[in-house]
Design a protein around this ligand. Sequence first.
Ligand code: HEM
Length: 394
Amino acid sequence: MDPSYSPYDYAVHEDPYPLYARLRDEAPLYRNDELDFWALSRHEDVAKAFRDFATFSSSNGVSLEPSAWGPYAHRTMSFLALDPPKHTRMRALVSKGFTPRRVELMADGIRELTASYLDEALSGGESDWVTDFAGLLPMDVISQMIGVPKADRAEVRRLADIVVHREEGVFDVPPAGMEAALTLAGYYQDLVAEKRARPGDDLTSALLDVETDGDRLTDKEVIAFLFLMVVAGNETTTKLLANALYWGFRHPEQVRKPLDDPGRVDDWIEETLRYDTSSQMIGRTVAKDVELHGTTVKAGERMLLLVGSANRDPRVFDRAGEYDLDRDTSQLVSFGGGRHFCLGANLARLEARIALTELVRRVRGFEVDEAGARRVHSINVRGFASLPVRWEAR
Ligand code: HEM
């Protein structure tokens, strides 16, 4: 039988990797007629497509969800859903505010948040790593960065969670998600007005202030960007933190390395990003006819780039199916590539480094309750909704 791939399939959410292997070998250009998409699964093809924006356009957005797909996707997804030159302009302006220095300055705040959530999560000897830690930190870091006052952060996090939450079997933005998105957009609108009136030392104020050759971001553009940070930087980082714990637990000889030497935490993060990444696939629209593996794909067709599969391609990674903290992970495509390369990659890595380093300083080991773990059923995000863990304190 030919391999059959659907991102809606629960079996795929459980374990997509055997199917990815078949796609890479048997159908490197895969076609799903029913859902009307093509998919590329080999590392070489995915990495090339990320760089070739003239052929693989982001102009309809990058998510298959029906209400997120189409020419207006940029209204909520900002420059993630734009091609050059519009993308170039927005990204250049935003990058001026989102500098490596600004990210580095976040470290103290991240450490403080980490310490307070970790103390609480570890205090009883058992906790849910997602509910009590991984699901809290990333959104609060974003709020801190963009200047949301402390008193509002819990409510902003609650709204952001509803925006990305999907019940099992629901594969479009549900009404509650739409409503929360509107409320959050309204909140950001007020925040932008407030920062215009009284600028602070935060990213929102920096973005409002940025100017290149007389060009500035409008309030609407700043709000869409703040919204993009929630969609792009919140759930993905939560999933990374929980995937690290889960795969560490499943490979005790590997997780021993960072547990014994916090200097190995970066290797734990990178190998988790490669082995089982949060963003499993990214969509594109084919902008001009292109020949792939002997087939012409027509302009206007939808193409999925299977990032999760590319990261396991044995053509690039030796023993790709093994979780090994000693390997070279430099070719991973978890943060995309080319013009749209994840703007928050440094921040995500910094957060994960601080969180997992603080964790291994406090615990000598941990045990995941696999029977109690619950996966999210999402078409593009892979990870846990719940991960109960028993801690062995140092
Ligand atoms: C483990 C965590 C993360 C993963 C796996 C991830 C993954 C990605 C990927 C694959 C893309 C490329 C999308 C495309 O090519 O269409 C992307 C773009 C982006 N990410 Fe991340 N991301 C993470 C964390 C973050 C964080 C923490 C932020 C910011 C707070 C962030 C902000 C963005 C933005 C703004 C873009 C759009 C860049 C552009 O279109 O030019 N991401 N991310």
